[in-house]
Write a protein of this length. Sequence first.
Length: 374
Amino acid sequence: MLTIARNAARGLRNRIRDARTVRQVEAIRARGDGTSTPFPNLVTLEPTRRCNLHCVMCYTSEVERYTRMDELSVEEIDRVFSELPVKRVNLVGGEVFIRKDIFQIMDNLVRRGIVIENVTTNGTLLDEEKAARLAEYIKRKQLSGLTFSIDGEEEMHNAIRKSPKAFELTMRGIAQVLEALKARGVEPRKHVKITSVVTPDNVAVFSKVVGVAARAGVPTVQYNHLICATEAEIQATEMMLGLPRAEVDTWIVPDLEGKIRSEDVLKEMAVAEAEGAKHGIRVHFRPAKDPAGVKAHYANQGPFGGTCWSPFDNCRITFSGKVNYCLLLRSEMGDVRTQSVAEIWNGEKFRRLRKELLAAPYPICRRCCKLSPG
Ligand SMILES: C[S@@+](CC[C@H](N)C(=O)[O-])C[C@H]1O[C@@H](n2cnc3c(N)ncnc32)[C@H](O)[C@@H]1O
Ligand code: SF4
Ligand code: SF4
């Protein structure tokens, strides 16, 4: 009963937040000059783009080209947030736990009263001490969510993650976090989830992740449809926005239809939902997709629609201090090493691209998780 009430309250909070974002976007649209709110509502911080794995589908595909040398220091990150009245931060990578000073970064954020909404991790670098620190943040409501990536049963997961030990280590990390939460009397339901990507490798079996979650004791599975783009979509976006090649960063597929059939995806989605119902596990798909949406997502070409609120709400600060326009358009909007976020956020570059996005999504947006249906 209590859980139902909590879920309802959370749903209401999310709807209020969505409604506020829609109102903001409408106001921005009405102004017509691409300016947003004075500060972003949410900052996505990539403390690093380095990673200990090299997964086949990763859109941060060339993780090996990033080095520690370019990364913002703990002090530089803290200075950025000292000037920025933001209350919500997401941490993504790369693999954030590859940074030895990640807990200093997190400590500084929470000391400023910032809530870390979510940390997405492959979980392989956790140990009991780190799990305890994460559980402590969660207990103190300084960290809301921990998301572990699992793409299949052990053999499949390890093949996708290109590591014979990945599954074992991730499951160990999950168990350590759940144990640490239990020791603190914290119910994991609201805080821990597994995320999984639909890929050409696991398309016929991705529903099995629900069974993995059941075994691990994780109550939610969030599936992401594959983020990728065809060469033609990348070129069309570059031409439309006048961007150089390196600024569109995603996983490139020459022939998606030849690799993933939407019928197979829909079949597995139904099995995953049934498995979820059987095990009492919540199963979500992002972006939520009806059969027509799934067909459009996995087609090589054809019409698509939707809205992206991300660059109106969310500022992405990369490991080296560059502020990017969004998840896939790595165009540099500014640099926090030399400018304030406020200056960058409503600067000329951001405004120009926002104006373009208000007209219609870019071709590159087609399979991005940030594109909401409708
Ligand atoms: C880039 S990773 C960074 C966090 C961490 N290294 C991890 O694997 O969880 C963030 C999430 O994106 C997912 N991901 C990677 N490539 C993707 C793609 N092409 N489409 C959709 N999601 C993808 C990963 O599985 C992971 O859940
Ligand atoms: S998905 Fe995560 S673990 Fe895999 S290569 Fe990308 S950043 Fe690394
Ligand atoms: S939907 Fe488009 S604009 Fe929005 S984050 Fe994705 S690529 Fe960027």
